[in-house]
Ligand binder design. Structure first.
Ligand code: GLY
Length: 603
């Protein structure tokens, strides 16, 4: 039975028992206390509490759905047989229509009779100081012939709420072949923000059964990745039976998850859901190179086109297989465009980062020789090295960790955290120094601002000025050298050496370059290094600047190596160039002999 038949069968089973079929809600819920939809019950929270009336909205107190879900809680487990970030959850719900008895009878009937699967055992809540043991469920299961009823506590057999507060209650779980396939939640309580439980006026039922896991049972496969849900959309990439390869599984999960997030309106960014999406895409790209054998730095050609192919296949598979998805995944062109842009942004960074990783790793590995043979002692990637790869090369932490696993090098998670904190402090200290320590006024001779609003503008102009400086160098060449700058909340003024008037065409090109870089949404990062090291990077310096032995270099781009601009600078700057807005040059004039002056605004 394929996954599409399973969905249909499930919905039909509950429809025949008086349930209204409700379409999946978006992966991005209304509830601001959670980032994603993680369970089928989320869209029904207000029916459980009595705030909304199910009869009015669905014509029944009982409903059923197949809900798209996304969970980050299992992200580190992805790669084993059964864990995923994105999955589909089949569920039946009742808002005061029925309770334990019917819910357990339905579950038993569907698993044992409709699907002919054998239930290994079930579990029920064992009871604690606040919630009594669930003897009733135990008896119902036994009356149906399920003899093995196990008892567990809060951690295993109590579910919810999602978000800061909501309905929750004891659960009963159904196990097939040792895998939990169905979770029946008996919603009896409301947990408030202080974690206090109050009995709900009307008791309810909320169940969740993962389609992928059930497909694994019904199709009798060893892993979820061998079910039709993964085989079809990703077959072009996953060299079956390579599906049991960890990279293949991570790739498969992340591509599917990212595709669905984009389809529900999430864009890659550095915040919240967008940040999770960005991490999924980047990690999928990282693992894709293993699937095509392009894994030693360089040459992502094959894997990048295959990644897009996998996205395409995912869209057409889901678009055709279930009406829940037809309307959401129509915009194939946009989904592919977003993937492609993110991929292009990241490939160069990844390539350089892997090369640097290999360099560091090789330099710290030793070949030990003994008579007749030699073997390599693999080097440890120190926390400093890892942070260097993160900060200067733009490699995400989980990719550094994955590289360490591949090369049998240790990854020092705690040390990395410490490095991270240290650098955050440096960058905060830099900002505070600039703001006079209180964030009240910003007056360094170069940057002048009062209110917070003005300070924000000045910071935008400051980053824009770095972009302008670089664009001047690109268009006018090395004769350009900064002679001074003055930034207010209204404009930036930049003085530089150049022997003649800058032509209107040149000005237009300079303005264009700055705006291209703003549009590219480049990250702005800071790194602390010794003055000598910083000089070696080629970072721009102000000719009058006096620098101590330790300096901070701000760079605009994913990594120090391929940054568009890098300068000796104490900040502060925006964190992404897209925060700046539209850049416009308003005037070009002579300032003094051999020195030109440009004024520019942000619109
Ligand atoms: N709401 C039940 C579950 O997610 O398992």
């Amino acid at each position: 039975m394929n996954s599409s038949d399973l969905r249909t069968k499930f919905l039909a089973f509950f429809k025949a028992r008086g349930h209204a079929i409700v379409p999946s809600s978006s992966l991005i819920p209304d509830d601001p206390s959670v980032l994603f939809t993680t369970a089928g019950m989320q869209q029904f929270k207000k029916y459980f509490t009595g705030e909304l009336d199910p009869i009015k909205d669905f014509g029944s107190k009982n409903v059923t759905s197949v809900q798209k879900c996304f969970r980050t809680s299992d992200i580190d487990e992805v790669g084993d047989e059964s864990h995923l970030t994105f999955f589909e959850m089949m569920g039946n719900f009742s808002f005061g229509g029925y309770f334990k008895k019917e819910a357990i009878i339905y579950a038993h009937e569907f698993i044992a009779k409709e699907l002919g699967l054998s239930i290994d055992y079930v579990s029920v809540f064992e009871g604690d100081a606040d919630v009594p043991a669930d003897m009733e469920s135990e008896e119902i299961w036994k009356s149906l012939g399920v003899k093995d009823v196990r008892k567990f506590g809060r951690k295993d057999n109590f579910w919810g709420p999602t978000g800061a507060e909501g309905p929750c209650g004891p659960t009963s779980e159904v196990y097939v072949r040792g895998v939990e396939v169905w979770n029946l939640v008996f919603n009896e309580y409301y947990q408030d923000k202080n974690k206090k439980l109050t009995p709900l006026k009307v008791k309810g039922i909320d169940t969740g059964m993962g389609l992928e896991r059930l497909a694994m049972m019904v199709q009798n496969t060893q892993t979820i990745f061998e079910t039709d849900l993964f085989k079809n959309p990703l077959s072009t990439f996953m060299h079956l039976p390579g599906v049991d390869d960890k990279s293949g599984r991570i790739f498969a999960d992340h591509i599917r998850g990212a595709t669905f997030l984009i389809a529900d309106g999430v864009l890659p960014s550095n915040k919240d859901a967008g940040y999770i999406l960005r991490r999924l895409i980047r990690r999928a790209i990282f693992h894709s190179r293993k699937l095509t054998g392009e894994d030693n730095g360089g040459g992502f050609k094959l894997s990048t086109s295959r990644t897009l192919e996998a996205v395409k296949n995912t869209i057409s598979f889901y678009g055709n297989s279930f009406e829940n998805y037809k309307n959401l995944l129509v915009n194939e062109k946009d989904i592919l465009k977003i993937f492609k842009e993110e991929q292009n942004k990241f490939i160069q960074t990844l390539d350089n980062g892997i090369r640097e990783f290999n360099r560091l790793h090789n330099s710290k590995s030793k070949v030990q020789g003994e008579s007749g043979g030699s073997y390599k002692i693999f080097g440890k990637i120190s926390a400093e090295d890892a942070f260097h790869l993160y900060q200067s090369y733009g490699l995400p932490r989980e990719i550094i960790r994955d590289l360490c696993v591949e090369r049998e090098a240790e990854f020092d998670d705690k040390g990395f955290d410490k490095e991270f904190e240290k650098h955050q402090e440096i960058s905060r200290a830099g900002v505070e120094k600039k703001f006079g320590g209180h964030g009240l006024t910003l007056d360094t001779g170069e940057l002048k601002a009062g209110s917070e609003e003005e300070q924000r503008k000045v910071i935008k102009f400051h980053t824009a000025t770095h972009l302008l400086h670089q664009a001047l160098l690109e268009v006018l060449g090395n004769e350009v050298e900064q002679r001074g700058s003055d930034i207010t909340p209204e404009r930036t003024r930049f003085d530089f050496t150049f022997p003649r008037k800058v032509t209107p065409e040149e000005l237009k090109r300079i303005e264009e370059i700055v705006n291209e870089k703003i549009k590219a949404d480049l990250p702005v990062k800071v790194i602390e290094m010794s003055k000598a090291e910083a000089e070696k990077t080629g970072a721009l310096k102000f000719f009058k600047g006096k620098y101590s032995d330790k300096v901070t270099v701000y760079f605009i781009g994913d990594s120090l190596e391929n940054a568009f601009n890098k300068e000796f600078c104490a900040g502060p700057h925006v964190s992404r160039t897209s925060e700046i807005g539209k850049f416009k040059i308003t005037k070009e004039e002579s300032s003094s002999a051999g020195i030109r002056r440009i004024r520019a605004i942000i619109e």
